[in-house]
Design a protein around this ligand. Structure first.
Ligand code: PHE
Length: 451
């Protein structure tokens, strides 16, 4: 191995593993919990169209840019930018900070999914039937002072122990088996949802664009959701790509991950929206949307307990492969830059995110009176990371890779040192240098009310 880095680094297995771990990070609560609720909040169909454009025109080039930075440097997010240009280390810090803040609320939602899995298994969820009842038990649960807290801590510890097993074993193994299963279950659930009475209205809401509902904030939210869902603008893909092998085809990996991630989000929409309209829930119910809708869907199925246990179990695993990637960004940063042992770095990450996660969890209930710009801590962490920090991280990353990074390095990474063809290389460069920064800036300025 010819690593110049003082810390010995693992590499991931073959081509499949690169796709699987990156998809493991991307596919998570962002697709199944966050996507339906922000699409529901932002008018449905038109949001979907804008979202898909953001994924293709911004997300994909940016994922390639992050892969380049990671594999060219073989370092953590901060060290990677610094190794390529000492002045750009700061950009990596935005990523590490975003990972920490995202974990703060992501662990809480992950905890909710774990609680729902347990309630499905014990049959508790099957005792109710109307959407109003499901809403009530959801509210009771998240406002309870200790139960969601307990699940947040359990989730943080589960993430910790998988991380502690090491990159290769922990991450690769879990992603390989369970991702495809999640896909199959989602397809079955979407068929069931489509057969529910009144499902047509939900389909129209989700697939029929009404562009009159689009505002500057719709664009920002769609962009933020695309970055959040693809795990971009935060150093996750840099960190993972630093473990990729030299022969991994970065373009195929990015394309596969993007397609998979988008398919899961669209499928989640096809599961959720027909059911939302069928049982009479408001599509703009916010973060509680899927937690009220899903039990209503299972309720109408034969063997509801089995389905809902399997589904929430898979959701727990999808969340886990994402929390692992967020945790890894911070752990490997502390390990390589602060020279902590990996063990100590992982514990420091786990304990600090438990503190933030606990505060975010309590902010839904006993601490809800305490607000930042009118939002509780949980909502502000969600809002600030997805709508501000990830787009800023993404903007600076495309400026760095498009304008600052040595062109030779970029070309070598995209073509594996000239051994792979890249027919649309010029289009890619144009997107990265001009299109992405311009769109990101315009959307920001628009939202600040400049126009
Ligand atoms: N992409 C993950 C999801 O959709 C969340 C995530 C965001 C993970 C940013 C890593 C970095 O659930």
């Amino acid at each position: 191995m010819k690593h110049t880095h003082p810390h010995p680094r693992a590499t991931l297995g073959g081509k499949l593993s690169a796709v699987l771990v990156a998809a493991g990070s991307s596919v998570g609560l962002g697709n199944i919990w966050r996507f339906p609720y922000v699409a529901g909040d932002n008018g449905g169909g038109a949001f979907l169209v804008i979202y898909i454009l953001c994924v293709l025109l911004l997300g994909l080039p940016l994922m390639l840019a992050e892969f380049t930075v990671g594999r060219a440097s073989h370092r953590n997010a901060v060290g990677a930018f610094r190794a390529l240009d000492p002045k750009w280390g700061l950009l990596g810090y935005i990523g590490v900070l975003s990972a920490f803040l995202i974990l703060g609320f992501y662990l809480v939602v992950s905890g909710w999914t774990a609680e729902y899995m347990v309630h499905s298994l014990t049959g508790d969820l099957a005792h109710y039937s109307t959407a109003a009842e499901y809403e009530q038990i959801f509210t009771n649960f998240i406002t309870n002072p200790w139960r969601p807290l307990l699940y947040t801590v359990i989730f943080a510890l589960a993430t910790h122990f998988i991380i502690a097993l090491g990159v290769q074993k922990g991450i690769e193994r879990s992603a390989k088996v369970l991702m495809p299963l999640l896909f199959v279950v989602l397809i079955l659930l979407s068929i069931h949802s489509l057969l529910m009475p009144g499902s047509g209205e939900g389909l129209r809401f989700f697939f029929q664009p009404d562009f009159s509902k689009v505002t500057p904030s719709t664009l920002l939210v769609a962009m933020g959701q695309a970055f959040f869902s693809l795990s971009i603008g935060i150093g996750t893909m840099i960190t993972y790509a630093s473990y990729f092998k030299p022969e991994t085809n970065l373009r195929h990996t990015a394309l596969n991950v993007t397609i998979l991630d988008t398919l899961v989000a669209v499928l989640a929409g096809v599961v959720i929206f027909p059911a939302v309209f069928s049982v009479g829930i408001e599509p703009s119910s916010g973060p509680s949307l899927v937690f009220i809708t899903l039990p209503s869907i299972f309720n109408g199925m034969p063997l509801s307990m089995v389905w809902s246990t399997i589904f929430f179990l898979l959701l727990v695993v999808a969340a886990l492969t994402s929390t692992i990637s967020l945790h890894e960004v911070i752990t490997v940063y502390l390990h390589e830059e602060w020279h902590m042992s990996r063990r100590a770095a992982a514990w420091a990450t786990t304990l600090s995110t438990i503190v933030l996660g606990a505060a975010a969890s309590l902010s839904m209930g006993v601490w809800s009176g305490w607000s930042i710009c009118g939002m509780n801590l949980f909502d502000s962490l969600d809002f600030v990371t997805a709508n501000i920090m990830l787009p800023v991280g993404a903007l600076l990353t495309c400026l760095f890779v498009g304008w600052r990074l040595d062109r030779e390095v970029l070309h070598a990474q995209m073509t594996n040192n000239g051994t792979l063809p890249f027919r649309i290389y010029r289009v890619f460069i144009l997107l990265l240098r001009y299109f992405c920064p311009a769109v990101l800036l315009l959307v920001f300025l628009d939202n600040l009310g400049v126009f």
